[in-house]
Design a protein around this ligand. Structure first.
Ligand code: BGC
Length: 767
């Protein structure tokens, strides 16, 4: 059955999706002229799909029925191209006006082919790789009916207790901004002028707006309280960068800001986002963040819904606050027709930009699924990308005088031991909702496959994830069970030691499970869990060389491990191809090149610990870590265990002194800082060259250093290369006390190095 309007809609199929805005406006004006208030409010509703099969008795499903009644603007968590197609058919053919739906999903780091978790990806410092990873995700998701992803997550994170640090790009706003833009290009298309035209380009949703990474005590959903100057300089840049790259939507965060939850925060959603930044897309709430404002204590469902709409929220994810109360609020004069129209228009515009009015089935081509999802090409790319993300934290000889343990030779016997050694489901990492958990090899399986005929790979579990089964249960949800072993700890250990006794080298696969980080996986103790730490101690006591292959979604406190384990390779969660990528690095086919994007503290008490901190009026001097009445602790120094930007290679890079082509620049001028980097070892390798700047004197206090440039360079063994950075006045700008974006005259230190602590330095002046 087709209504007259559906026919009108089909008639626009010939329009180009890149049609001028006026054409879009005219179309939407016309459409909105035909919509009832209820249908307009329906567009603001984003329910989650509860899992029933749509095809066939589709209308028996609650969501499907609401779709037919015009009460739904988009559906999320519905996957499978046939099911999406059927739901879209209901919207287009059976609702009165035939308005197509958008289909959203958390395509956070891949789809069926999973890429490394975002924190890991950021450690590649490789924007092409990151863009490619998002493009792979978009291609696969769109081949399965999805046109909208709740990604990128660009929250600056300085508190590793917060489990969600795994989902973002770490602690730095400059790097975070570059990553945000790479992700948007990967999802929506590289060219802003043609974004979203192809059927493998999907709409990005920048989240969580805003400041979610700064929730108090590193605990999920907790309040944020932050000065404006800190927001502008340190937390907001990545959101803005993503929008400048064209991101079509924004998700409001769970936290409050200045006492008002983000979802109803008018300053945030209208003054900053619309009026200052000029954002023209739509804002969706986070999952029930609208109705959660009842518990925040700012009103009942009707009140919080009205407040959210007036503040600038356009779409309500799951709360049903808009569909249930906005009509009543309109009748009672609590919201205006114009406010409902504004939100409705923004959502219809998104559908237009996605090309759904031209072709509602643009993302429903069932022939794509077979060839584009989990394809050999995507898996090969995922493996290559994963190996760029691992960070070599330590690589010492097993015994003095010997060569460093890594890379391992492809010979002899290797014992792979630990609770993460043989768990396929735990290779993907958090937020891999569409991963086929079992379709990729576990570490042991992958290593066996890679080294077949050359290395004998033995395996023992060695320990459970942790001693406490209840904690282990909380840490292994969503099909990620590690299958708790009911043998005693001693039996598990005995087996591991017997296995290790037969091996030349021990690879200890330890750390967090996939679900020990991510949403609602905050931790107050960031050490290796008890059972694993005991296992590691016992393995070290064997006297055999031990490599710690560390699975984690956050910085951990590893002081003891650093002091005692000769080699530590942080592999995060590398996605579906983790096992192969780890093998590539362990056996030296790939030289590790990842660098940390979050500081690893020495202990939890140092948190928050980040490299771009302020100096205080009583800084400690470099050599003396404790001085009475200086800014320090009496039990531990202020230094991290591993600083931001840190990561080793199988080769060594030497940095020459910084050469400046000028030491003074006038406003509007630029200078060039150059260093010669030499690969001084006997292996080819890639180095992330990092540029930091310190503003020596400002009208407000300035950080001790800030990342202002980076370049990943590949150097053959023995090769030298000049790496130059242009330093413009723009690069020196910051937000001052009155939030003006200014560069102030004075002296600046320019620092270049392989991590934030090891730098060469020079000075210049801005006149
Ligand atoms: C998370 C978001 C996510 C949403 C939808 C929320 O709980 O905070 O990051 O996009 O759920 O799944």
């Amino acid at each position: 059955m087709k209504t007259p309007l559906t026919l009108t809609l089909l008639a626009v199929a010939a329009f180009s999706v890149a049609a001028p805005k006026t054409e879009m406006n005219a179309f939407i004006d016309d459409l909105m002229g035909k919509m009832t208030v209820e249908e307009k409010i329906g567009q603001l509703n984003l329910p989650t799909f509860s899992g029933e099969i749509v095809t066939g008795q589709a209308t028996n499903n609650g969501v499907a029925q609401a779709v037919v009644k015009g009460q739904v603007g988009g559906v999320f968590n519905l996957t499978g191209v046939e099911r999406v197609r059927e739901m879209q058919r209901l919207a287009v053919e059976e609702s009165r006006l035939g308005i197509p739906l958008i289909f959203g999903l958390d395509v956070v780091h891949g789809y069926e082919t999973t890429l490394p978790i975002p924190l890991a990806l950021s450690c590649s410092w490789d924007m092409d790789a990151i863009e490619r990873s998002a493009h792979i995700a978009a291609t696969e998701a769109s081949a399965d009916g999805i046109c909208w992803t709740f990604s990128p997550m660009v929250d600056i994170s300085r508190d590793p207790r917060w489990g969600r640090v795994a989902e973002g790009g770490g602690e730095d706003p400059f790097l975070g901004s570059a990553i945000a833009q790479a992700m948007v290009r990967g999802y929506q298309g590289p060219d802003k002028a043609t974004q979203l035209q192809a059927n493998n380009q999907i709409m990005a949703c920048v989240k969580h707006f805003a400041l979610y990474g700064a929730s108090e005590a590193g605990r999920d959903y907790n309040p944020v309280d932050m000065s404006r100057i800190r927001m502008y300089n340190e937390y907001l840049p990545p959101y803005r960068a993503a929008l400048e790259a064209g991101a079509g939507s924004v998700m409001s965060s769970f936290n409050e800001i200045d006492g008002v939850p983000a979802t109803a925060n008018r300053w945030l959603l209208t003054k900053l986002l619309r009026e200052e930044w000029g954002f023209g897309g739509f804002v969706v709430s986070d999952y029930t963040s609208l109705s959660e404002m009842i518990d925040h204590g700012i009103g009942d469902l009707q009140t919080v819904s009205a407040r959210a709409l007036r503040a600038g929220l356009d779409m309500d994810m799951v709360s049903h606050g808009f569909v249930r109360t906005l009509k009543k609020s309109l009748d009672e004069g609590k919201v205006s027709q114009a406010e409902i129209d504004r939100a409705c228009r923004r959502i219809l515009e998104a559908k237009w930009k996605l090309g759904l009015f031209a072709d509602p089935y643009k993302y429903c081509d069932p022939t794509r699924r077979q060839k584009e999802i989990f394809s050999p090409e995507h898996r090969a790319a995922a493996r290559e990308i994963a190996s760029k993300c691992f960070v070599l934290l330590k690589n010492a000889p097993a015994k003095p005088g010997q060569a460093p343990i890594l890379p391992l030779r492809k010979q002899g016997t290797v014992a792979v031991v630990g609770p993460l050694a043989d768990s396929r489901a735990n290779m993907h990492g958090t937020w891999s909702v569409s991963a086929k958990l079992d379709a990729c090899p576990s570490l042991v399986e992958g290593l066996r496959e890679l080294t077949k005929g050359q290395v004998e790979i033995l395996y023992a579990k060695g320990s459970n994830l942790m001693d406490d089964p209840a904690y282990e249960h909380r840490a292994t949800l969503f099909g990620r069970s590690l299958h708790r072993d009911n043998r005693t700890a001693q039996q598990l250990l005995d087996e591991a030691l017997a296995t290790a006794a037969k091996a030349d080298v021990i690879v200890a696969a330890l750390g967090e499970s996939s679900e020990m980080n991510g949403e609602c996986a905050c931790r107050t103790d960031l050490g290796l869990p008890d059972a694993q730490r005991r296992l590691l101690e016992a393995l070290l006591k064997t006297g055999k060389p031990v490599v710690l292959t560390l699975f984690t979604g956050r910085p951990l406190t590893l002081q003891w491990e650093h002091a005692n384990v000769p080699a530590i390779l942080c592999v995060w969660f590398g996605g579906s191809e983790t096992a192969y990528a780890v093998g590539d690095v362990l056996f030296g086919d790939v030289n590790p090149s990842g660098k940390l994007t979050m500081t690893f503290p020495k202990n939890v008490g140092q948190i928050p610990l980040f490299y771009n901190h302020k100096n205080t009026g009583r800084p400690i001097t470099a050599k003396q870590w404790f001085t009475k009445y200086r800014s320090n602790y009496i039990d531990v120094d202020n230094d991290p265990l591993y600083p931001f930007g840190y990561g080793l290679s199988y080769t060594t890079f030497h940095y020459g002194n910084i050469r400046l082509d000028k030491t003074t620049i006038a406003p509007g001028e630029a200078l060039t800082a150059t260093v010669t980097i030499t690969n001084a070892g006997d292996r080819d390798g890639a180095e992330v060259v990092q540029l930091y700047i310190r503003d020596r004197v400002g009208s407000v206090t300035r950080p001790v250093k800030e990342l202002k440039g980076f370049r990943k360079v590949f150097l053959k063994a023995g090769e030298s290369r000049d790496v130059s950075f242009a330093i413009t006045e723009e690069l020196l700008k910051f937000y001052d006390y009155d939030l003006n974006h200014v560069a102030e005259p004075g002296d600046f230190d320019v620092m270049i190095g392989g991590d934030s602590h090891n730098v060469k330095s020079a000075r210049f002046t801005l006149r």
